[in-house]
Design a protein. Structure first.
Length: 520
């Protein structure tokens, strides 16, 4: 019987591996900026906590827009990399000396994310006390060409990097402060954040480990609560620098008031609530408001999850937890603002940082968030909606007063044009409030609100008609059709919110068949 022989295994890692870790790494290329900011944050924390070279308040990350608009630099004053290890560290892929339990980034793959949208990606660094600085330049344009579908299999990942990377060292003064800088030049299909300081600020306000604004009413309370919470709020100063302008600090986007859908004036938070995990693996704050509806500001709305105060994804993580309770509850994510700070030693963000590794610890934490934060938020949302429904009595009273004003105008043949115009405007506002209340009303309340809406619409139509120049004949058919279409639209909005799909599909078919709605 033939013996067993060992065959040497020689794995081949083709260029497509690098393509996956650069161009294919993130669904949104702007997340490369987050990677470089979190690397700067790690470097500053290392300088503060391990090397004791920097005071916590002195750490700084600068986002510098080049004068010609063709480049951007991200520079931190952290520990830097030593001249002995810089080149090896910056050209090692999928390996890192960082600790996943203390550092924001630790896989050693995010540093190449900028290859996706620039022609050259340059890293320059110097460590404390050294008399040399190191520069590593990635020819991103050439890398993309060599990683293309036509050529990606021809080269090993190692060969590709050797062909596309150059490293040099320059003399420096030992007394010069340490730093690390990422420079991207000549953009190609780049995210808008790297060409617009305004867009960059909007993005970094959400994802970065920065502090709260002074005009956010609950800032001090959150900071104070964090002092005894199981997870600290770690922060770093970040500024955006444009040529000829003063540096602008980046702070979290929460302010004094917020825009709410279908509400004319901005709304202040009425209260906040804190949560602490039963297992001490996370804590949260959630803001409350007294009006129903979604926040319209995409940079603010939603309860966000943060690890080391760096946002994990956007609003999808908590939305999915809401939906685990009830699929329709996903909409409540947009009704609230808040933050959940998770312990990085307990759960690990996935490579894309759009969620967490699917571990037993994450399953536990997700369940805790669902049974406390999301459960309470759903109850609050229903309470606010019910309060809106209880306003039926107030809306009815206001409509009756509007009827009195209208009848007074009618008795005087609408001769007072200014007064007629004012009453018409008031009717429009009240009709809008009635429509908004209808969206969250139960069946019995909805019927009464629709009756109020129809009554207001009829009065407004007559009043507006008296303001217009005499016409041979009012197009009553058109007005009736518009009123009916508006009513059908409000009804369908309610049906879509409360009916299961098979029933909803049947209702849509009936409305389309019998009323020809929606009109094309």
């Amino acid at each position: 019987m033939a013996g067993t022989r060992n065959i040497e295994v020689d794995p081949y890692f083709g260029g497509f591996v690098l393509e996956t870790l650069t161009i294919g790494m993130y669904e949104e290329t702007r997340n490369a900026i987050r990677e470089y900011v979190q690397n700067g944050f790690d470097s500053i924390q290392r300088a503060v906590n391990k090397l004791h070279q920097l005071r916590p308040s002195d750490g700084l990350i600068r986002i510098i827009f080049d004068a010609d608009g063709a480049g951007i630099r991200i520079r931190d004053n952290g520990a830097g990399l030593s001249s002995d290890t810089a080149v090896k560290t910056l050209t090692s892929i999928g390996a890192s000396a960082k600790d996943f339990s203390t550092d924001a980034g630790f896989r050693g793959i995010g540093r190449l994310a900028g290859v996706a949208f620039c022609e050259t990606l340059t890293f320059t660094t110097k460590a404390s006390g050294e008399s040399a600085s190191t520069k590593v330049v990635f020819d991103a344009k050439k890398m993309r060409e060599m990683m293309s579908p036509e050529r990606g299999s021809r080269y090993t990942a190692q060969q590709l990097l050797k062909d596309c990377v150059k490293a040099t060292q320059d003399d420096a003064l030992a007394a010069d402060l340490p730093f690390f800088e990422v420079a991207m030049r000549t953009f190609v299909e780049a995210p808008k954040e790297v060409t617009s300081a305004t867009e960059m600020a909007l993005f970094l306000e959400q994802v970065s480990p920065v502090d709260y604004r002074d005009d956010f009413p609950f800032a001090d309370a959150i900071r104070e609560f964090a002092k005894s919470a199981p997870v600290p709020i770690e922060t770093v100063k970040i500024v955006i620098e444009e040529p000829g302008q003063q540096p602008k600090p980046v702070l979290k986007p929460f302010t004094a008031k917020f825009a709410i859908q279908d509400v004319e004036a901005k709304v202040a938070l009425s209260d906040k609530k804190f949560y602490i995990s039963p297992t001490k693996q996370w804590w949260a704050w959630v803001g409350k408001k007294e009006v129903p509806g979604s926040y319209t500001d995409e940079e603010v709305r939603g309860i966000r999850v943060r690890a080391k105060n760096i946002q994990i994804d956007g609003t999808a993580v908590v939305r999915e937890i809401f939906q685990r309770q009830n699929k329709s509850n996903g909409r409540y994510q947009d009704w609230f603002i808040g933050e959940i700070f998770v312990d990085p030693k307990a759960i690990v963000p996935n490579a894309r940082r759009d969620g967490f590794e699917d571990t037993k610890a994450w399953t536990t934490i997700r369940g805790e968030i669902g049974s406390s934060v999301c459960k309470d938020a759903g109850t609050w949302a229903q309470d606010v909606s019910n309060q809106g429904q209880l306003s039926l009595e107030k809306l009815t009273q206001r409509t009756e007063r509007m009827v009195e004003d209208f009848e007074s105008l009618r008795r005087n043949a609408f001769r007072n044009g200014d007064r007629t115009l004012k009453v018409s405007s008031d009717m429009t506002k009240l009709h809008s409030e009635v429509s908004r209340a209808s969206r969250n009303a139960d069946a019995s309340t909805l019927s009464s609100l629709q009756s109020l809406g129809a009554r207001l619409l009829d009065m407004k139509t007559e009043a507006v008609g008296k303001l217009a120049p005499p016409a041979p004949e009012m197009d009553t058919d058109r007005i009736e059709n518009e009123a009916r279409d508006a009513l059908l639209g409000e009804l369908m909005a309610v049906f879509e919110q409360h009916l299961e799909l098979p029933c909803l599909t049947s209702v849509r078919g009936i409305v389309r068949r019998d009323f020809g709605w929606p009109r094309s």
